[in-house]
Design a protein around this ligand. Structure first.
Ligand code: ZN
Length: 162
């Protein structure tokens, strides 16, 4: 069966940045499993997988625009420590959820801390980076009615309801 709309696809992958450094892989985080045609993946990645079958291997290079967008300097902010009440230890790499002016949630990551200020970065950690996915398709099956109703895959074999 070839990958097309309403298939559930599982693929082993390695994700590299533009310098060839591995960022993520199925070895550490399990295979990529998604419902094809449900806008679960980056569009350029989904388009590259279209029509492939189990056993196919492919390499997909993505520009930042095809990936997680450009980095935006205005998403980096220095915030007074007093804005983190009840948080004893703040250090680089910690993530917090904050609110945009319109009330929608945004995840920010702490990048720097001094006595008075915490620097947080609201950019996606892969923003502004060239990416390359090395993929091997390991499963292609029809989505279950439940998966189609939910708009996402329920694991490689469809048994992981959520
Ligand atoms: Zn579900």
């Amino acid at each position: 069966m070839n990958i097309g709309k309403n298939c559930v696809v599982a693929a082993d992958f390695q994700l590299y940045d533009g310098q060839g450094e591995m960022i993520d892989s199925s070895e550490s985080n399990g295979p990529l499993v998604y419902l094809h045609g449900a806008e679960q993946l980056l569009p350029a990645l989904e388009a590259a997988l279209d029509g492939h079958a189990v056993g196919d291997e492919l390499s997909v290079a993505l520009t930042p625009e095809q990936g997680f967008g450009p980095r935006e300097d205005e998403l980096v902010e220095r915030v007074p420590r007093a804005n983190f009440p009840g948080v004893e230890e703040i250090g680089p790499g910690m993530r917090f959820q904050t609110q945009l002016p319109d009330g929608s949630p945004m995840i920010v990551m702490v990048t720097d801390v001094d006595d008075e200020y915490v620097t947080v970065d609201g950019n996606h950690e892969l923003a502004g980076r060239d990416l390359r996915f090395e993929l091997k398709v390991v499963e292609v099956r029809e989505a279950t009615p439940e998966e189609l109703a939910h708009g996402h895959a329920h694991g490689v074999d469809g048994s992981e309801a959520h």
